[in-house]
Design a protein around this ligand. Sequence first.
Ligand code: ZN
Length: 391
Amino acid sequence: MAIFEKEPIFIPKLQDQKIFEAGFSFPAVLMDASHVIWRPKAAKKVKESAGVFIVDPSTHCMLFNEAKGKENFKKLSYPADVQPEKIYSDSSFRRENVIIPAVDNQVKMGADIIIAPYFFAMDTDDIKFGINISMIAETIRYVEEKGIDKPIFVKIQIGNNVLCRPSIVNYIVDRYRDDFSDKIGGYFISFDELDCKNATEDTLGGLAYMSFQLSEGKNVIIQRIGPFGEIISSIGLTGFSSGLGDGESLVVKNLEKSPQGWSNKVKKTYIPEVFDKVNDEIVKKIGYKCSCAACQGSFPVGEQAKKQHFVHRKMEIMDALSKLDRPQKIALMEEKLTKAIKLAETYNRKFAIDLKTIHLKRWLNVLQLAKNWSYEKDDDELDKLLQDLEK
Ligand SMILES: [Zn+2]
C-alpha cells in the first residue's frame, strides 16, 4: 500500500501548528524530534492535521558541539559528550544509545514512519558513510525484533561535492539501493551547502540522477531545498520538504558553531512565476499580483501572509503535477521554466532590474537530460534476466 496519498507532494517542515490555522491540510508533515519534545501540544495538533506525520530523529546533531548542547536536543536521551570513536567502533553501544532512543522516540511521538538514525558524512570516504550503512541494518533488526509495524526510511545526508562525480553517485546509489531494497520504504536526501541557484549543471544533474535511480519502487524526498524542489519532483520523485519560506538549505558548519552577529536580512517574497525569491522593493516595482487565497489579487504583506502564499503556491503546483504521468510532469515544468525565463527577461527590460535567469536555463537542461533516463539494473539482476531469457 502506498504510504503517501499521491505524488509528488510538498512536505512542510514545521516547528508549530500555526499554518493549520489558515485552513491548510497536508498529505505529510515533518518535524524535528527536538521540536516535538519542545512543543508536545503543538506537535499533537500537527500530527492530527497531517496525513503522514514524520519525525526526524536528528541523530546527526550528537556529533556537533553547538547542536548537541541545545536544551531540547538534550531531552532526546542520546548520549551526552560521547567520543565519536565509541559510536563508530562499538555496535552494542550504538544500539543502546543511538538506535533504540532514535526509534523509540519516533514511536512515542506518534510518527507514522521510522527514519533510521544517521550521521552527516562529508563524502563516501568519511567513516560515517559506512557507519550509516551499518545503522540501517541495525535499525531494521531492532524494528523487526520489537514488532514495530511502520515503514522504515533511510536518510542520506552528505556533502554536496559527491554530486558532480558520477562514479561516486553510482556508488552511493548501489550501496543504499541494493543492500536493503526489500526492507525500506524510501529515502530522505539532503546535501550540505547545496545552493541550487548557483550549483553547476553537473551538480544538479548528479542530484537528479541519484534521486531518480533511488526512486525505483521507493519514495524519494529531497529535504532542505528551494524552488528546484518542485522542478526535480517532476522526474518521478515523491516530493520535497522545506520550511515555509526560510532556511531551505542545510549548513552543517552552523551545527558546530552558530554564525555570530546579526545579518541584515533583505525582505523577500517568493514569486513562483520566476522560481525565485525576490526583493520586496522589486515585488512592488513590477506590480506583482497573485491570485492565491492569501494574496487575493495583490501581493503578500507580512510574514504570515508570505508563508501562506508560499504554501498555497507550492501545493498548487504539486497538485497539478500529481495528476500527470512522468513525461507530462516534465513537460509541464519545462513549460513553466521557459515562461519564467521570458517573464524575468521582460521584467528586466521593462523595469531596469536584474532578475537572474542563468539558473533557470541550467534547470531546464537538467530536465532535458532526465527525460530519457531509465532505472539501471545491477549486474546480478542482469545476469538473472539473461538466465530467465535463456530458459
Ligand atoms: Zn499568493
